[in-house]
Design a protein around this ligand. Sequence first.
Ligand code: ZN
Ligand code: ZN
Length: 135
Amino acid sequence: MHWIWWILILFWTGGFAWAADTARTALRNRHERKLELMEAAKQERLALEAAHRSPEPVCGCTHHLAKHDRRGRCHEQVEVPTAWDENKKPLRYEAGQCNCQQYVGPQPLSQVYAEELTDRWPTDPPAEEKGPPTT
Ligand SMILES: [Zn+2]
Ligand SMILES: [Zn+2]
């Protein structure tokens, strides 16, 4: 074989190795960049979720709103102190009902009016106004 072939082969293999190396590095960099982007997107989503999450529907009595009936009375069982020592620290408790009346101030419109809409909507379309008879 001519010696020039050996040089060419040397170049090819060397060139291949270099090209492969470059490609690998580029791929790795892109992969890292992608990971960074994904991480950033995740953080953003978490922040958004935290911002949009509605507050827990918990009453001022610390019990969940689901424990309250329609008139706002809380049905959660609580411990009611029945005896105190001289430092006004409760000594004995007995089971009782939370006497919370829930929040009675203004409520958001959706809650105030939502119940009134059922079955009260006029079912018949308004009668068409009759004009003067045409002759
Ligand atoms: Zn309550
Ligand atoms: Zn309560």
